[in-house]
Design a protein around this ligand. Structure first.
Ligand code: NAD
Length: 321
């Protein structure tokens, strides 16, 4: 069995590697050759923790496994980040455990890859301004991966606590791009692409604040009750998702579905666009919205890429198991 410690991950897989791995598995999902198993997520009544696991099987690449972990709100007292996870991969032929892989950085990278894929396939080619709503841990990963998809010329951002925007300003400096902290009206007026990555339970962005032609990647809503944009905005947009059932139940689309503004059948799996079975954006005035809820198969895809690279580079720790 192979062990890949968390601290090795950054040296093994790049955002570009993660984009390829996630894009491939989204396509396999749309082809019905990769599927996710039901998600388990429970408040365990200890340390305030939310624990769970996400799992799946990608038959095209024989990647089988699960990501286990969750959210421990008091972890900073222990010098750890609040989100902790580990990916376990199993040999699809024998069921033997193949690898245990640190899952923290991989989670941020696979989430950023998903919104970047949506930008790659759905944003207008000449998109110039990117807007980010949210400035927490995930936001910088989201922004970096998005900047690789279009020749963006400016970053605008909003956060409920504007002092946190320094995190995104750093990314702008890294890429030598102008950065502006703006109100939501201004963000919608300027941005060609908007990423939402907050843990909000109330709509932040309104339909009236978004221009025709905008692509929105809603990435923060991954639980029942969370919400980042008005249901009316989801209703006027052409909606794509990593997984339709998750989008309609725990994703941003849940509210529009609950209010019967849209049906799950109105949502298109992004994998269908990747495979060329759906043409994605049809005109420059259309608002496209990607509902990224986070899938076990994404975790397995990037962990598998890390394992392959670790074997090649001799970083993998092999143990008898
Ligand atoms: P974080 O705690 O580091 O940051 C949270 C962000 O949300 C901050 O910008 C904070 O200011 C903002 N925020 C909190 N409450 C708000 C409110 N009421 N209104 C507006 N903004 C508010 O979290 P993170 O790790 O950056 O994750 C952000 C979100 O993304 C979380 O909801 C997390 O569950 C979700 N997430 C989704 C996926 C996926 O695959 N879709 C993967 C990982 C995380």
């Amino acid at each position: 069995m192979i062990i890949i410690p968390e601290h090795e991950i950054a040296g093994l897989v790049s955002p570009a590697d993660c984009l390829v791995a996630v894009e491939d598995v989204f396509a396999s999902m749309a082809n019905k050759s990769a599927y996710n198993f039901p998600v388990v997520r429970e408040a365990i009544g200890h340390a305030g923790a939310l624990y769970g696991f996400k799992s799946g099987f990608d038959r095209d690449r024989l990647v089988l496994g699960l990501k286990s972990g969750g959210f421990w709100p008091n972890n900073t007292q222990h010098g750890l980040s609040n989100h902790q996870s580990t990916v376990f991969l199993f040999d699809a032929d024998t069921g033997r455990c193949r690898a245990a892989v640190g899952g923290n950085l991989l989670t941020a990278m696979r989430t950023a890859a998903a919104s970047a894929i949506s930008i790659k396939y759905l944003a207008r080619p000449k998109s110039k301004v990117i807007g980010v709503i949210g400035a927490g841990h995930q936001s910088a990963f989201q922004l970096r991966a998005a900047l690789d998809q279009r020749p963006f010329e400016k970053i605008v951002a909003w956060n409920i606590d504007p002092t946190m925007l320094v995190r995104l300003e750093e990314v702008a400096k890294e890429r030598d791009l102008p950065f502006e902290s703006v109100g939501l009206d201004q963000l919608g007026q300027q941005a060609d692409v908007i990423i939402t990555i907050t843990s909000s339970f109330k709509p932040i962005l309104k339909a009236s604040q978004v221009r025709p032609g905008t692509h929105i990647a809603c990435m923060g809503t991954d639980t029942k009750g969370k919400q980042e944009v008005e249901a009316e905005l989801v209703a006027v947009a052409t909606v794509f998702a990593d997984d339709i059932t998750q989008a309609a139940t725990i994703g941003e689309a849940q509210h529009a579905v609950e209010q019967r503004l849209i049906l799950p059948a109105d949502i298109t799996e992004i994998g269908a666009v990747i495979r060329g079975d759906h043409f994605g954006r049809t005109d420059a005035e259309e608002i496209t919205l990607f509902d990224g809820t986070g899938l076990g198969l994404q975790d397995l895809a990037v962990a598998s890429a890390a394992v392959e690279r670790a074997i090649l580079t001799g970083v993998a720790i092999e143990v008898e198991f």
